[in-house]
Ligand binder design. Structure first.
Ligand code: PNS
Length: 164
Protein backbone atom coordinates (compact mmCIF):
# COMPACT_ATOMS: atom_id res chain seq x y z
CA UNK A 1 0.00 0.00 0.00
CA UNK A 2 1.54 3.37 -0.96
CA UNK A 3 1.66 5.89 1.87
CA UNK A 4 -0.58 8.66 0.62
CA UNK A 5 -1.15 12.09 2.18
CA UNK A 6 -3.45 14.99 1.42
CA UNK A 7 -2.13 18.55 1.51
CA UNK A 8 -5.37 20.59 1.52
CA UNK A 9 -5.86 24.31 1.20
CA UNK A 10 -7.23 27.24 -0.72
CA UNK A 11 -3.96 27.97 -2.56
CA UNK A 12 -5.19 31.36 -3.79
CA UNK A 13 -2.38 31.53 -4.87
CA UNK A 14 0.17 28.80 -4.15
CA UNK A 15 3.26 30.28 -2.43
CA UNK A 16 6.84 29.12 -2.04
CA UNK A 17 5.87 28.25 1.53
CA UNK A 18 3.34 25.76 0.13
CA UNK A 19 5.95 24.42 -2.30
CA UNK A 20 8.36 23.86 0.56
CA UNK A 21 5.76 21.83 2.47
CA UNK A 22 4.94 19.81 -0.66
CA UNK A 23 8.60 18.97 -1.30
CA UNK A 24 9.21 17.97 2.31
CA UNK A 25 6.00 15.89 2.40
CA UNK A 26 7.30 13.93 -0.55
CA UNK A 27 10.19 12.74 1.63
CA UNK A 28 7.69 11.31 4.10
CA UNK A 29 5.00 9.91 1.77
CA UNK A 30 4.93 7.98 -1.49
CA UNK A 31 2.21 10.23 -2.88
CA UNK A 32 1.03 13.70 -1.88
CA UNK A 33 -2.28 14.99 -3.19
CA UNK A 34 -2.44 18.78 -3.26
CA UNK A 35 -6.19 19.22 -2.76
CA UNK A 36 -7.78 22.56 -3.56
CA UNK A 37 -10.93 23.30 -1.60
CA UNK A 38 -13.92 24.22 -3.76
CA UNK A 39 -15.47 26.90 -1.58
CA UNK A 40 -18.34 28.75 -3.21
CA UNK A 41 -18.75 31.02 -0.18
CA UNK A 42 -15.18 32.33 -0.21
CA UNK A 43 -14.25 35.13 -2.63
CA UNK A 44 -11.11 34.04 -4.47
CA UNK A 45 -8.80 35.86 -6.86
CA UNK A 46 -8.30 32.79 -9.05
CA UNK A 47 -10.95 30.25 -9.97
CA UNK A 48 -10.50 26.66 -8.82
CA UNK A 49 -9.71 25.64 -12.42
CA UNK A 50 -7.05 28.36 -12.68
CA UNK A 51 -5.47 27.28 -9.40
CA UNK A 52 -5.52 23.63 -10.47
CA UNK A 53 -3.84 24.49 -13.75
CA UNK A 54 -1.23 26.82 -12.27
CA UNK A 55 -0.25 24.40 -9.49
CA UNK A 56 0.12 21.60 -12.04
CA UNK A 57 2.25 23.97 -14.08
CA UNK A 58 4.74 24.67 -11.27
CA UNK A 59 4.80 21.37 -9.38
CA UNK A 60 6.73 18.86 -11.38
CA UNK A 61 7.14 15.73 -9.30
CA UNK A 62 5.97 12.17 -9.79
CA UNK A 63 5.13 12.16 -6.07
CA UNK A 64 2.51 14.90 -6.43
CA UNK A 65 -1.04 14.84 -7.76
CA UNK A 66 -3.19 17.98 -7.86
CA UNK A 67 -6.93 17.67 -7.36
CA UNK A 68 -9.97 19.56 -6.06
CA UNK A 69 -12.41 18.56 -3.36
CA UNK A 70 -15.57 19.75 -1.68
CA UNK A 71 -17.36 18.59 1.44
CA UNK A 72 -15.52 17.14 4.39
CA UNK A 73 -11.77 16.84 4.09
CA UNK A 74 -11.66 13.51 5.96
CA UNK A 75 -14.27 12.06 3.58
CA UNK A 76 -12.13 13.13 0.64
CA UNK A 77 -9.02 11.65 2.35
CA UNK A 78 -10.82 8.33 2.79
CA UNK A 79 -12.03 8.35 -0.81
CA UNK A 80 -8.39 8.66 -1.90
CA UNK A 81 -7.21 5.96 0.56
CA UNK A 82 -4.99 8.58 2.21
CA UNK A 83 -3.89 7.99 5.77
CA UNK A 84 -2.61 11.47 6.53
CA UNK A 85 -3.42 15.16 6.19
CA UNK A 86 -0.40 17.45 5.99
CA UNK A 87 -0.57 21.02 7.24
CA UNK A 88 2.16 23.63 7.57
CA UNK A 89 2.53 25.64 10.75
CA UNK A 90 4.20 29.03 10.47
CA UNK A 91 3.80 30.60 13.87
CA UNK A 92 2.00 30.22 17.17
CA UNK A 93 -0.93 32.06 15.61
CA UNK A 94 -1.53 29.10 13.26
CA UNK A 95 -1.42 26.59 16.06
CA UNK A 96 -4.82 27.12 17.66
CA UNK A 97 -6.78 26.96 14.42
CA UNK A 98 -4.79 23.98 13.20
CA UNK A 99 -5.17 22.12 16.50
CA UNK A 100 -8.95 22.62 16.41
CA UNK A 101 -9.16 21.30 12.86
CA UNK A 102 -6.87 18.35 13.58
CA UNK A 103 -8.89 17.33 16.64
CA UNK A 104 -12.20 17.70 14.83
CA UNK A 105 -10.89 15.70 11.89
CA UNK A 106 -9.64 13.00 14.24
CA UNK A 107 -13.04 12.83 15.91
CA UNK A 108 -14.69 12.49 12.51
CA UNK A 109 -12.19 9.97 11.21
CA UNK A 110 -9.68 8.52 13.71
CA UNK A 111 -7.84 6.60 10.98
CA UNK A 112 -6.68 9.77 9.24
CA UNK A 113 -3.72 11.33 11.05
CA UNK A 114 -2.83 15.03 10.79
CA UNK A 115 0.88 15.65 10.33
CA UNK A 116 2.25 19.14 10.97
CA UNK A 117 5.37 20.41 9.30
CA UNK A 118 7.00 23.54 10.66
CA UNK A 119 7.47 26.03 7.89
CA UNK A 120 10.97 26.89 6.75
CA UNK A 121 11.99 30.17 8.44
CA UNK A 122 12.46 31.93 5.09
CA UNK A 123 8.72 31.53 4.42
CA UNK A 124 7.36 31.69 7.95
CA UNK A 125 5.74 35.10 7.29
CA UNK A 126 4.32 34.21 3.88
CA UNK A 127 0.59 33.74 3.39
CA UNK A 128 -1.57 33.85 0.27
CA UNK A 129 -3.55 36.70 1.82
CA UNK A 130 -0.46 38.87 2.40
CA UNK A 131 0.95 38.03 -1.02
CA UNK A 132 -2.28 39.32 -2.64
CA UNK A 133 -2.32 42.42 -0.46
CA UNK A 134 1.32 43.36 -1.11
CA UNK A 135 1.11 42.64 -4.85
CA UNK A 136 -2.14 44.60 -5.21
CA UNK A 137 -0.43 47.62 -3.61
CA UNK A 138 2.50 47.39 -6.01
CA UNK A 139 4.99 45.69 -3.66
CA UNK A 140 7.34 42.96 -4.83
CA UNK A 141 6.51 39.35 -3.97
CA UNK A 142 9.42 38.05 -5.96
CA UNK A 143 11.02 35.00 -4.35
CA UNK A 144 7.92 34.34 -2.26
CA UNK A 145 5.79 32.74 -5.00
CA UNK A 146 6.89 30.72 -8.04
CA UNK A 147 7.77 33.03 -10.96
CA UNK A 148 4.95 31.80 -13.20
CA UNK A 149 2.43 32.36 -10.44
CA UNK A 150 3.84 35.84 -9.78
CA UNK A 151 3.30 36.70 -13.46
CA UNK A 152 -0.29 35.46 -13.37
CA UNK A 153 -0.91 37.29 -10.10
CA UNK A 154 0.32 40.63 -11.42
CA UNK A 155 -1.71 40.21 -14.63
CA UNK A 156 -4.87 39.31 -12.69
CA UNK A 157 -4.50 42.23 -10.29
CA UNK A 158 -3.95 44.61 -13.21
CA UNK A 159 -7.06 43.44 -15.05
CA UNK A 160 -9.05 43.58 -11.82
CA UNK A 161 -7.95 47.20 -11.28
CA UNK A 162 -8.94 48.27 -14.80
CA UNK A 163 -12.39 46.73 -14.27
CA UNK A 164 -12.91 48.62 -10.98
O1 PNS B 1 -5.46 26.94 3.33
P1 PNS B 1 -6.70 27.02 4.18
O2 PNS B 1 -7.74 27.88 3.51
O3 PNS B 1 -6.40 27.44 5.58
O4 PNS B 1 -7.30 25.52 4.24
C1 PNS B 1 -8.41 25.21 5.03
C2 PNS B 1 -8.94 23.79 4.75
C3 PNS B 1 -9.20 23.60 3.27
C4 PNS B 1 -7.91 22.77 5.21
C5 PNS B 1 -10.24 23.61 5.58
O5 PNS B 1 -11.09 24.71 5.38
C6 PNS B 1 -11.00 22.33 5.24
O6 PNS B 1 -10.54 21.25 5.51
N1 PNS B 1 -12.20 22.46 4.64
C7 PNS B 1 -13.01 21.36 4.20
C8 PNS B 1 -14.30 21.22 5.02
C9 PNS B 1 -14.02 20.45 6.29
O7 PNS B 1 -13.65 19.31 6.30
N2 PNS B 1 -14.26 21.14 7.43
C10 PNS B 1 -14.03 20.59 8.74
C11 PNS B 1 -12.58 20.84 9.13
S1 PNS B 1 -12.34 20.42 10.82
Amino acid sequence: MPRRAIFPGSFDPLTNGHLDIIERSCRLFDEVIVAILVNQAKQSLFSVEERLESIRDVVDSSCVRVDTFDGLLVEYAKSQSATAIVRGIRAVADYEYELQMALMNRRLEPDVETVFLMSTDAYSFVSSRLIKEVASLGGSVSGLVPERIETRLIERLKSKKTKE
